[in-house]
Write a protein of this length. Sequence first.
Length: 89
Amino acid sequence: MILAKVIGTVWATQKDDGLVGTKLQIVRPVELDYKEKTNFFVAVDAVGAGVGEIVLICQGSSARQTELTENKAIDATIMAIVDKLDVIE
């Protein structure tokens, strides 16, 4: 899984029928101290996350294992909203 921050939303009125009803969020991976990395990607939101929230993303075949995403053309899914991190180094 990838720790990321939701930084925006993608609006697409014309899309594959399998994506109708899904919310597409722009996410940017973050470090454990929440420092944002430079890359970003789009993920389907399966949990109702909002802009500014820290989330967990899964990619690949795992991204297609929720009720919302099953058997759809999806490569990344927001699977959880993070409440807190406890890091022991």
